[in-house]
Design a protein around this ligand. Structure first.
Ligand code: GTP
Ligand code: MG
Length: 420
């Protein structure tokens, strides 16, 4: 893991809790990006000062970097191109801000082509206003008059703009792909379950434990699944479980699409498991639930949300009960679990099962023919065969989606005289 130093700018007017929370968030982000935080430097911002990062502070930072062996410095606030350039020159390591960090996380989590494009688009949009100053900074080291004044900046900026247009077009034309992926998976008898929630809630821990717990379904068609999706079976129903990137608050508008696209899998799901960290203070839990519901709002028609209250092992049982009561209006029928100890998994599995799309159960008789045998194998793929009898006829007790049962009904030679 790469070592990093975090720099937090404290607003003198803000109450202490706000500054603490912002720093805690940055630490969570750094962890989500797989960095190891070796130090934190705080500075107070004086509104009357022109330079936000004073010379003395940068020198202090440079010493800190050298002593700790950090390879990167992450500022919790936005920096200008010149600041980044100067600070990285002095500290002799890479310097990024909070937005670059979030983009790194999105880039590593984007699984679909569309999500990757959205993240690239956000990166270019972030870079565009800086394009001119990047070039002029690079030019500082070159001979005066190199390539003529102005032309170089223009062409770099134009290049970024052109790439933005191209990516926008491509995103526009790739919109429909994901919907067909959903129907393809449904046709194969799978229901889609997605893990969602704030960063650090325990989604990935739960994902790993559930995958271990459930029997994984082997299916050649899914060997190309993204690393964050696994197939498993719950009470014989086949489910694709997907882990997702954590929610992050206060995103600037140009980043929202990129963020949402990393959540594509959530909006295509049949069931969302909204994972909540119960070790947070109750006001934080409430706030996070409100934001989560905002994110889902309008985009999740027909999707069931199951609220999963996690990390119960970290909370005293009286306190836990009070917290659950206090958020009951936001999380009416929660499941309480500990993703790390496995507590509450049985109830969770039942709850997932209850919320899967409805399947019908029916009794079907087929004549004994080669064609019927291939229908039977197709039914094994598409649904759950509760029983099968091979006699003069093949009689099945089958549970499946309504469309499947309709398709097979025309081959049904079930004759009440025979069966009753
Ligand atoms: N005590 C306790 N710790 C947990 C539990 N579940 C997760 N954790 C810890 O919480 C931290 C975050 O867990 P992750 O599973 O990485 O969280 P996440 O929601 O995937 O976070 P992002 O991927 O950053 O969005 C890790 O240090 C886990 O070990 C739990 O049930 N109990
Ligand atoms: Mg995770």
């Amino acid at each position: 893991m790469k070592k990093v130093i975090l720099v937090q700018r404290n607003e003198p007017g803000a109450d202490h809790g706000v500054n603490e929370r912002k720093l805690a968030e940055l630490k969570e982000l750094a962890r989500a990006a797989h960095y190891s935080v070796v130090g934190v430097l705080t500075q107070t911002r004086y509104p009357d000062r022109k330079y936000q990062v004073g010379r003395g502070k940068v020198d202090e930072l440079a010493v800190f970097v050298e002593v700790s062996g950090a390879e990167k410095v992450i500022f919790n606030h936005q920096l200008s191109t010149t600041q980044i350039y100067n600070i990285s020159e002095t500290c002799k390591c890479e310097v990024i801000d909070r937005f670059n960090l979030i983009l790194e996380i999105f880039a590593s989590r984007a699984t679909t082509r569309r999500a990757k494009l959205q993240v690239e688009l956000a990166r270019l949009q972030y870079e565009l206003p800086k394009a001119r100053s990047i070039v002029s900074l690079l030019k500082k080291d070159e001979r005066p008059g190199f390539m003529g004044l102005g032309g170089y900046e223009d062409s770099y900026e134009q290049d970024v703009k052109k790439r933005i247009v191209r990516i926008r077009n491509e995103i526009h034309s790739s919109c429909k792909g994901s919907e067909s992926l959903r129907s393809f998976r449904h046709e194969r008898g799978f229901s889609l379950v997605a893990l969602a929630g704030y960063t650090n809630a325990g989604k990935s821990t739960l994902f790993q434990s559930l995958v271990k717990e459930g029997t994984e379904v082997e299916d050649m068609l899914f060997t190309t699944l993204s690393p964050t999706t696994r197939s498993l079976s719950i009470n014989q129903r086949r489910v694709l479980l997907t882990d997702t990137v954590g929610f992050i608050e206060d995103l600037p508008h140009w980043m929202v699409d990129a963020f949402r696209s990393t959540l594509d899998e959530i909006f295509l799901a049949d069931v969302i498991l909204l994972v909540v960290d119960m070790s947070d203070p109750v006001e934080v839990i409430r706030q996070k639930l409100v934001v989560s519901h905002d994110i889902f709002w309008k985009r999740i028609e027909g999707v069931e949300i199951v609220t999963v209250l996690n990390k119960v092992d970290m909370v005293d049982s009286d306190v836990l009960k009070r917290k659950v009561d206090a958020i009951s209006y936001l999380a009416p029928h929660p499941v309480l679990i500990s993703a790390s100890s496995g507590d509450g998994f049985e109830a969770l599995m039942d709850k997932i099962y209850e919320n899967l799309p409805h399947w019908d159960r029916s009794r079907i008789a087929l004549d004994m023919s080669k064609e019927s045998l291939s229908i039977v194998s197709w039914l094994y793929d598409e649904g759950i065969v509760h029983s099968i009898d091979y006699g003069e006829q093949i009689v099945l007790d089958i549970e499946a989606r309504e469309e499947i049962l309709q398709k097979v009904s025309k081959f049904n030679i079930d004759d009440h005289r025979v069966l009753s």
